[in-house]
Design a protein around this ligand. Structure first.
Ligand code: HEC
Ligand code: HEC
Length: 378
């Protein structure tokens, strides 16, 4: 088992290390990927990171790797409402795609991690993800695996005994910084000047997106690039109803636990009520209860179901959700809590269909996955 896994890692690492693909090339519609000064990209580091990303030994049942929930064949998601970790334990949140995560200025739905290096250390030791008690298992394997040892010597110039979790985090982050995906029909139409790249319906949908839909105010499109996120946090009313009326109690109990040393990563992924606190878990500001990070919309057709709780199954359902002004009835006093822009839009059925066609035009070539309409009918 172990031998065969190691040979798989060796093949992957050889394939990637020998690759001549430039490490920093930014696809059409995207800026260059930001690379931290203390973690430069090298082909060998990226190859090591790819192998670590796929290593199922870094989990309590030896079955869960990063790729379990961020599957390259599913546009780096799991297509589940909420993810399943070791022993099939479920968390509280939907796994975001890792495509273009390198551009995010904060990570996770509540932005609790500032960078990919910090983020990578969490899943293996989260009790509903990897389920390991600490990072020792990872270090033991990295220090002894016949494929990893020479790779680590080459990449970091350290001997096995000196391997730390920082080396692991840097390699996994370097791999994720290669996952930039642009050059979609939208990019070719908007930035490449190819007026035939999008269908007429998608072209009309772009006008709804930037006009009456007001989507662009949060899912940003700029003059030379589009990340489709403002990297900010908004309460658009996805899960607020679930905790409303008890949010102050949940928030107060959470703060007591946090001050007592409770791990925020564990709390938000194991308790559905605490998960709904959103950005509050980080800032402790009551105005940010229920606020979540604006996700990218690139490759959105392949990453269903949607929202932090995976509660919307198709792009049509998402568009209807926004058209209704969130999950609340018009006039509901709760709607005062929602972010600006979230109010009934009064879109015509054709405008909704065009908006869906536009969202479907954000899929990059070469990204593997199943369209949301097909998933919903399965
Ligand atoms: C059990 C499923 C599971 C595993 C295993 C897992 N993730 Fe995730 N990942 C998630 C979920 C769910 C979220 C959202 C959690 C949240 O926001 O609180 C997430 C969020 C992320 C994000 C943030 C993306 C963004 O846009 O903010 C990154 C990056 C990420 N994971 C990378 C990894 C890496 C690297 C590994 C392996 C070390 C990994 N994940 C393992 C389920 C998983
Ligand atoms: C006020 C800012 C804001 C506006 C306006 C807005 N969004 Fe969003 N969008 C968000 C946030 C925040 C989320 C995540 C919310 C959550 O999960 O609680 C989101 C989630 C989504 C998702 C799901 C993404 C995923 O990976 O699950 C889609 C699709 C989407 N928005 C499309 C649109 C469209 C289409 C419009 C216009 C009709 C729009 N958005 C308007 C902020 C906004």
């Amino acid at each position: 088992m172990r031998a065969s896994w190691s040979s798989l890692a060796a093949v992957m690492m050889a394939a990637l290390a020998g690759s001549t693909v430039p490490v920093f090339a930014a696809p059409l519609g995207l800026p260059p990927v930001p690379i931290p000064a203390d973690n430069p990209q090298t082909p060998a580091k990226i190859a090591l990171g790819a192998a670590l990303f796929n290593d199922t030994r870094f989990s309590a049942d030896r079955k869960v790797s990063c790729a379990t929930c961020h599957d390259p064949a599913k546009a780096f998601t799991d297509n589940l409402a909420v993810s399943k970790g070791f022993n099939d334990l479920t968390g509280t949140r939907n796994a975001p795609t890792l495509l273009n995560a390198a551009y995010m200025t904060t990570l996770f739905w509540d932005g609790r991690e500032p960078d990919l290096e910090g983020q990578s250390k969490q899943p293996p030791i989260n009790p509903v993800e990897g389920g390991l008690p600490d990072h020792e298992t990872i270090l033991r394997i990295m220090r002894s695996d016949p494929t990893y040892v020479p790779a680590i010597r080459e990449v970091f110039e350290v001997e096995p005994a000196a391997v730390t979790i920082t080396h692991y985090a840097r390699a996994v982050a370097a791999f994720q910084r290669t996952l930039a995906a642009g050059d979609s029909p939208f990019d070719r139409y908007y930035y490449g000047g190819d007026k035939t790249a999008m269908t007429d319906s998608a072209i009309r949908g772009l006008a709804v997106f930037t006009g009456p839909g007001r989507c662009v105010s949060c899912h940003v499109i700029e003059q030379t690039q589009a990340l489709f996120t403002d990297n900010r946090f908004h309460n658009i009313g996805v899960g607020f109803k679930r905790i409303h009326g008890k949010e102050e109690k949940i928030a107060a109990e959470f703060l007591v636990a946090k001050k007592g040393g409770a791990d925020v990563d564990v709390a938000v992924l194991t308790d559905p009520d605490v998960s709904e606190l959103g950005r509050f878990a980080v800032t402790e500001s009551l105005t940010e209860v229920g606020a979540f990070k604006t996700p990218t919309l690139r490759n959105i057709d392949l990453t269903a179901p949607y929202m932090h709780d995976g509660s919307l199954r198709t792009l049509q359902e998402v568009v209807e959700f926004y058209d209704n002004g969130g999950r609340l009835d018009p006039g509901d006093p709760l709607s005062g809590f929602l972010s600006g822009g979230i109010r009934p839009l009064g879109l015509l059925p054709e405008q909704e269909a065009d908006l869906v066609a536009f969202l479907e035009a954000l899929t990059s070539p070469g990204v593997a996955g199943t369209p949301s309409s097909v998933l919903a009918s399965q």
